[in-house]
Design a protein. Structure first.
Length: 381
């Protein structure tokens, strides 16, 4: 009997395996990992500096630990090169891995800007534990970081870096930080709070080149301004890893397309996590991944189960400005109503029929989260 095969050992891959083992303790399970296969919480990476956590402290379990816990075979540092959906075979490092059912939990990769300059190749990104180790080592005793991108990860890292006394410049083409999550007044309140914590924003512009300087690097902006830094961190965003599935002829859109059962267009192939677009939703956050993992585990164990997405607010890890957002569903027309006070912002998104479909709460207004969640219909199911 061929095993259930999971590609990926991030939160999505390991969560499916854990949930499956709760329901089925005997079926063979094999997991291919592109890295060392250690288990850790990826969201911890953007606030680990303030907590003085080393990479070793972040890694909770080794691949060997996980193999014992899951009664699974785990292949670390496996480079997957091909997927034959007709033959039900994955090829990695020249070896064939047949499967009964396949789970793609391959995550996403950082988007890289096309930068000029002799230091462009030195720009770092943090998308996994190894990246964090490189970033932490690059910081060492250096005190100036330029961050490309004022989205969720860029803002979380900026707050984290300021908490340990590092000078931070954040560059983004958008007119405000968290432009995809916050309406205008909330965005301004958030910006002011982080600026009061010492973050310097350079908005409405972009980085053009990164060049070496006698003491660090120089980042030249489209405006012509030049910023000095020791380390440059790119946090532009993530792009779903779809190459393997795409080459195999599996349907794509904003990610690997699945139905509500996490089934792709290929028989016996499923996808979840950052790489997947589940019934029209691409949600690279912890709560949707956990919901999907529980549903898929039931399906893999013999009970077809559709994923249910309740309202899943996103908590932004910026202590300088506590923020929680329940983004309105894509394509739902409506308007934001914002109430700004000296200690926070309460922004509500109502659709054309006047129904509450999302919110953004900052500062003291975050206390309203649980009350508002009850008034919003589920995203899916």
């Amino acid at each position: 009997m061929h095993p259930i095969l999971i590609i990926g050992t991030g939160l999505a891959g390991y969560s499916v395996a854990r949930e499956f083992r709760k329901l089925d303790t005997g079926s063979p399970l094999q997991i291919l990992s592109g890295d060392d296969g250690s288990f850790y919480s990826k969201p911890v990476l953007s606030n680990a500096l303030a907590q003085k956590k080393s990479p070793e402290q972040i890694a909770l379990n080794s691949a060997a630990d996980m193999a014992r816990q899951l009664h699974a075979t785990i292949n670390p540092h496996a480079q997957v090169t091909a997927l034959d959906v007709a033959a039900h075979v994955v090829t990695a490092d020249g070896e064939a891995f047949p499967y009964s059912r396949l789970v793609l939990a391959v995550g996403a990769e950082p988007i890289r800007l096309a930068l000029a300059g002799d230091a462009a190749a030195d720009v770092l990104s943090v998308n996994n534990l190894a990246d964090y180790a490189r970033f932490r080592a690059a910081l060492d005793d250096r005190r100036r970081v330029a961050i490309l991108g004022a989205g969720l990860i860029g803002c979380e890292f900026s707050n984290d870096l300021r908490s340990i006394g590092v000078e931070v410049d954040v560059i983004d083409l958008a007119p405000q930080p968290l432009g995809r999550l916050l309406p205008a007044q909330a965005g301004q309140y958030f910006r002011t709070a982080l600026e009061q914590a010492g973050v310097r924003f350079h908005l409405g512009t972009s980085a053009q080149q990164v060049t070496r300087a006698p003491s660090g690097v120089c980042v030249t902006l489209a405006t012509g301004a030049v910023l000095e830094a020791d380390v440059v961190l790119s946090a532009i965003g993530l792009r779903p890893q779809v190459a393997l599935a795409q080459t195999a002829g599996i349907r794509m859109n904003r990610g690997i397309v699945t139905d509500v059962f996490l089934q792709t267009s290929a028989t016996d192939v499923y996808a979840l996590g950052d790489c997947a677009e589940v019934a029209g939703h691409n949600l690279p956050f912890v709560m949707p991944i956990m919901q999907a993992a529980r549903a898929l585990a039931k399906t893999l164990s013999g009970t077809a189960t559709a994923v249910h997405y309740p309202v899943m607010p996103v908590v932004v890890k910026t202590p300088a400005c506590p923020t929680v957002v329940a983004p309105p569903p894509p394509g739902v027309a409506g308007t934001w109503e914002e109430a700004v006070t000296t200690d926070g912002v309460r922004a509500l998104y109502h659709d054309a029929e006047g129904r509450l479909r999302g919110f953004a709460l900052l500062g003291a207004a975050t206390r309203d989260k649980q009350t508002l969640v009850k008034d919003i219909p589920p995203l899916l199911g």
